[in-house]
Design a protein. Structure first.
Length: 255
């Protein structure tokens, strides 16, 4: 490529990037993209849900253990798709940031990560509408990543992604409620077993065992309190992202 043509091309790219990044609205889009790490709380809770059986197993009866072991494999497989929901939403947010002039992200790996799609998990609340929304969003991102950085491209992507994004946020909210319910059930199993067994220990003969059991009980109670706070934080983060996205959509000029 001759130098004059190269300089012209670079100048055009810079101009497009400048058009995207110079307006207050594009600054708001970049601020929205910067909220993507807030979804890491959802990721942590998904991984905790994945390992539910490992924590419950020492406290389960033989009958309950057989039932939970059967559920464990399905839960682990489902969590692979549950995590993809987060990756898809984050990739969308960061794609908007790039189109708005933010050069921080390299989206190729993220697009590749979510390209395989997900499947429905009706028992967990993930339905075909969520599966279709995920597929639509990933197709949109694959196309948008090649678009020039300009405000018009941002607006077009947001218009097309409005429904899929809403569906995926809905799916993640549904799963957070599932994780919360699962954690409450786990707490009942673990604390219930400790509360029912500790009174039968002989304080003199089983002094060490009693001390260890009571310590475990206190540690578990503290753990579940912290998980409850993390659940609240994850829900609040999801709500903040949804609110910010809705506000940006309302600013798009109507034609």
């Amino acid at each position: 490529m001759k130098l004059p043509r190269l300089f012209l091309l670079l100048g055009l790219l810079a101009l497009l990037g400048g058009c995207a990044s110079s307006t207050p609205r594009m600054a708001e889009v970049r601020a929205f993209a910067a909220q993507a790490p807030k979804l890491n709380a959802y990721h942590e809770l998904t991984e905790r849900y994945r390992t539910t059986y490992q924590r419950e197993q020492p406290f389960l009866s033989a009958e309950a253990d057989a039932r939970e072991a059967e559920l464990d494999a399905r839960r682990r497989q489902a969590c692979d798709d549950f995590v993809k929901l987060q990756y898809g939403v984050q990739a969308y947010m960061q794609t908007l940031g790039v189109l708005a002039g933010d050069q921080e992200y390299d989206l190729r790996d993220q697009i590749k990560t979510v390209s395989g799609g997900i499947k429905a998990w009706p028992d967990s609340g993930i339905e075909e509408r969520h599966v279709n929304a995920f597929a639509n969003l990933t197709r949109l991102l694959a196309r948008a990543i090649a678009a020039p950085a300009q405000e018009r491209a941002v607006n077009q992507v947001m218009r097309e992604a409005e429904q899929p994004m809403q569906q995926l946020l809905d799916a993640m909210g549904t799963l957070l409620r599932l994780y919360d319910k699962s954690s409450d059930n786990e707490e009942r199993i673990v604390i219930g077993m400790l509360e029912s067994e500790i009174p039968f220990l002989d304080p003199k003969r089983d002094r060490l065992l009693t001390a260890l059991a009571k310590s475990q009980q206190q540690n578990k109670l503290a753990e579940y309190r912290l998980i409850g706070l993390r659940q609240t934080q994850a829900r609040n983060n999801l709500a903040a992202i949804e609110q910010s996205h809705r506000a940006l959509l309302e600013q798009i000029p109507q034609h």
